[in-house]
Design a protein around this ligand. Structure first.
Ligand code: 4AD
Ligand code: MG
Length: 460
């Protein structure tokens, strides 16, 4: 692997190696030539030098197209004075699989819009190689963070009968089983009704199930795909995205924010340490100043402000917002971004939102108007985390469920948690793609998802 050669140059210097990878460029200088080989093991390419004299199939190799799969055997030569610290002087090169001359990824800059139309090939570009490597490292860093703190990882179901957020933005699950298909009045086959005995959907959040486990294990987290049939065609909404949802027993809202802040800082630090080449690339080509900003975020306190204070800040800002602000309104992206980018100039938690704009499970505050919610907003994106302390009091939760026109019978098991050893508890949901956008400076969620599913698009 190329990564191992770079990581252990002293050992590999002067030694013979065999590397398998794909040609990013091939330059034929008649008597000699260069190949930039990438095997995906690291961000960097390996420079392969070949000489017409030393290589019997030199002409054939020099004629190969970009994208060809090659097996190269040769000697590692350390080149401390050159641009790259080492190269491989080829003794033999075999073509494992040639590439057609119409290969779409020729060496030039392609727009991200174009690259979205070739999602099967875009992981081979620098941008997407870096993005998906950071995505992988960030996922690992999140597991590390929670595992080191003794959280239990719970796999919550994807198919569910409950709407956690109560927003009705769910994808209905059905089957295509031709045997005994029950039909709706419109003649639509809906076997799920038959299969599960009730209507089922793809989950919008694993929270309610995570709460079940928090009441047994104390500290738990989920990390899985979630789905929203939200017709928001924006840079930060996807129909399928991944969410990290910790849930902590005997924890209040302040403790919830402490964990969220520590988690983000820890992921930033770990990703910067593990992906220096990728972060350097983003810093140079995607978002100048990214590294310095992230380093600062990782080492300074986030802001904390109540919703009521946030509304005052927005009202006094003198800004002309597309959606005017007043107490009670939901914060739009423009408001979130003003708060975090113009006012606080750093990540900020907004707490204690009006109960009308938040989900049924959030704990009622004593003022009768607000709930113990905390959203984390970050510059460039807006909301990255939505969290709250949960309503642990049976009577208040049941009353709230009824007030919202929901049926307590549907939540009998969730209410049971409040009957048997209820305790204060809190949790949050971090949108993983939004975190990856924040870490990389990539501005569109379509470019941090391996195969994005968004309004109007589920190709590949
Ligand atoms: O604020 P949300 O809706 O909160 C919940 O679902 C809670 N049940 C979480 C919890 O407390 N356990 O979503 C949480 C986060 C958002 O802050 C956002 O980062 C992300 O999920 N998110 C989306 N990301 C991409 N595309 C979408 N359509 C998203 N909707 C939410
Ligand atoms: Mg939210």
């Amino acid at each position: 692997q190329i990564a191992r050669i770079y990581a252990d140059q002293e050992t590999f210097g002067g030694k013979e190696v065999t590397v398998c990878g794909w040609a990013r460029t091939i330059r034929d200088m008649k008597t000699f030539g260069f190949i930039e080989l990438n095997d995906g093991s690291c961000f960097k390419n390996l420079q392969v030098v070949m000489e017409a004299e030393g290589l019997e199939n030199f002409k054939d190799i020099a004629r190969q197209n970009v994208g060809a799969a090659l097996v190269v055997t040769g000697t590692v030569v350390l080149t401390p004075e050159a641009k790259q610290p080492l190269e491989v002087k080829a003794a033999s090169i075999q073509v494992e699989g040639p590439s057609s001359p119409d290969y779409p990824l020729q060496k030039k800059r392609h727009s991200v819009e174009f690259l979205r139309t070739i999602q099967h090939l875009r992981p081979r570009t620098n941008l997407f190689s870096a993005a998906f490597r950071v995505r992988s490292a960030a996922a690992y860093a999140i597991h590390n963070f929670f595992q080191e703190r003794g959280f239990v990882y719970v796999h919550t179901p994807i198919i569910t009968a409950s709407d956690c957020e109560g927003a009705g933005e769910m994808f209905r699950v059905t089957t295509l089983n031709p045997n005994d298909p029950p039909r709706t009045a419109e003649g639509v086959v809906d076997c799920a009704q038959d299969f599960f005995g009730k209507a089922a959907s793809l989950t919008v959040s694993g929270q309610l199930n995570a709460e079940n486990f928090a009441m047994a294990f104390g500290d738990v987290y989920t990390f899985g795909p979630t789905f929203r049939a939200e017709k928001s065609n924006t840079q930060r909404h996807a129909a399928e995205f991944w969410m990290i949802e910790p849930e902590m027993a005997f924890c209040d809202l302040a403790g919830d924010m402490d964990v969220a802040e520590a988690m983000i800082k820890s992921v930033i630090t770990e990703v910067m340490a593990k992906c220096p080449d990728e972060m350097e690339f983003f810093n140079s080509f995607v978002d100048k100043g990214l590294k310095e900003r992230l380093e600062h975020v990782a080492s300074s306190a986030f802001g904390r402000v109540s919703y009521t204070e946030a509304i005052e800040i927005l009202e006094k800002s003198g800004q002309k917002f597309e959606y005017p602000v007043s107490w009670g309104c939901d914060l739009q992206t423009e408001h979130e971004r003003y708060l975090t980018e113009q006012h606080f100039k750093k990540p900020v938690f907004v707490t204690d939102y009006p109960k009308e704009i938040k989900a049924f499970y959030m704990r009622a505050n004593d003022d009768g108007k607000t709930v113990a919610a905390a959203d984390c907003l970050v510059p460039g994106i807006g909301e990255i985390i939505g969290g709250s302390q949960r309503e642990e009091r049976l009577d208040l939760l049941e009353a709230r469920i009824r007030e919202l026109g929901m049926d307590p019978a549907d939540y009998w098991w969730y209410l049971d948690l409040r009957r048997y050893g209820s305790c204060k508890h809190a949790g949050f949901g971090l949108g993983f793609e939004r975190l990856v956008m924040y870490l990389t400076g990539i501005s569109n969620i379509r470019d941090v998802l391996p195969h994005p599913r968004t309004v109007g698009s589920a190709d590949f």
